[in-house]
Design a protein. Sequence first.
Length: 250
Amino acid sequence: MSSLQLVRRDGALLPRPLRIDDDAAGARALAELYAPPTGRTSMRAMMNTTIDGSVTGADGTSGPLRNPDDSLVFGVLRALADVVLVGAGTVRAEDYTHPAEDAHLTGGGHRPGGARTPVLAVLSTTGELPDGLDEHWPLLLLTPPTGLDAARERSGLPAEQVLPAAGAVEALDVLAGRGLLAIQAEGGPGTLGTLAAAGRLDELCFSVTARTVGGSSPHVIDGAPRDQRWTLDSLLLGEEAMIPRWRRRD
């Protein structure tokens, strides 16, 4: 069973590391640590990376980077999110058929919106979605207004699930307008780059897997250069990964 050591919280080193196990008590401890604010929109990114900054393994996906340490944290963060926001390219490349959350926190009591499961919101300019998406999972497609009808037809989704949004920044406002305030972005790098450039990322949460891949793999944030400063809010250490949580400085 995976366990983590919490060594930093609220920007300060703990006198003694706090052990967090992969059980109900550990899930509750992480839920308290990462609890989103209430009454306002919050934007958190959660991504896998390697020590040398890649977001993909040798096969071009994040699959080889996953491990029990970050699986525990990913599951808890999804149990806190009203919506998981992700680009269509990432959905097609990765396994988003069922964005699982921690089994100890199911039921919606930990997310601001109170829904039983997080909505999967997909950014797409074409409406092209992979086969195999769980038809019972709440799904929204966000696409530019100019291609709205074509995206609806290509996706095969009901009209009420395809919403106009010119890009990632506009998508945040659309989601917030539907009461989905705790937003978690999981890629890709272009989506995170757009949000960072607009100053709309509040938190960066990484699972830094204990491996390197070299090459020219994409890094976490892509796009136009933008110098931003961040504060290390918390730090979890596991056997397979280091999991920092960074908050944007205002």
